[in-house]
Design a protein around this ligand. Sequence first.
Ligand code: SF4
Length: 88
Amino acid sequence: MDWRVRGLCLSEDPDLFFPIGGSNSGPTAMQMDEAKAVCRHCPVTRQCLAWAVDTGPVEGIWGGTTEGERRAMRLRAVRKPAAAERAV
Ligand code: SF4
């Protein structure tokens, strides 16, 4: 079974997961927090986050993260092996 059919967001307003506005404050931040709260209770958060990180960049809240947070995760994953190679 595809993990997507088990996502809690299926029973929510899809717009909740796609906040409008580039700001991380005010109403946009509140909407992000509300979407992330749904993700925290979702049974497929791990699969969803892995998909979004691997697919990226994708807009919206996926796996309880924003695209900016996933971008930072991708950068850390790229830098970590490079740092390990320099240490050898
Ligand atoms: S983790 Fe969030 S965005 Fe992903 S399927 Fe679950 S509720 Fe939807």
